[in-house]
Write a protein that binds this ligand. Sequence first.
Ligand code: VGL
Ligand code: ZN
Length: 218
Amino acid sequence: MTPMPELSIEADDALVVVDVQHDFLPGGALAVAEGERIFAPINALLPRFPRVYATRDWHPPDHSSFTQHGGPWPVHCVAGSHGAALDQRLCLSQTARIVEKGVDRKTDGYSGFAATDLAADLRAHGVRRIFVCGLATDYCVKATALDAKAEEFGVVVLADASAAVNLRPTDEDSALEELRRAGVRIANSTELLGQIAMLAAAGAHLEPNEAFDRAVEI
Ligand code: VGL
Ligand code: ZN
């Protein structure tokens, strides 16, 4: 087997952090059991990317994906609620762009590209490839990555910086397999952080992230 080409962060890359909101974390309405495992890798990656987007699931109170309206999910991420807020353990800098999705009552809004200006904003800023991570691998991370591919961006899903709902225990593996088949690269954050360790060893100057110094407010 030919080895995969090495991964490194380029000037025309962006990181897209999907739905790291209270409702998708332990204690939330639609909690991803292993959700908290993503903070360390995502926070290590955030300051390395020239451009960062964070999506928020942002539903009206009568959203069609809620069980009382015939949908599959409990009420979650109602616009403006505590559950819909981004978790403060995510060390986002002031320059991160927030993308709201699922705003319309009738569409599930799994993808960060569905009825948003994400694709236009990426193109306007010369982004050619996105690295996708966050919650949940088997729903919004998958849908966002597939749409990015359909929009002809290069796409890498960071598996260790994402976590799955796993309604069925195999859902995460199936999602990653579907992504691979669609031409999405699956990688781990360590493949990128390895590059950072090498730069540090060579004495390269690395920008400190002031957000790391911020107190954790949860
Ligand atoms: C999501 C279910 C419903 C997600 C959003 O962020 O993966 N999952 N809404
Ligand atoms: Zn939702």
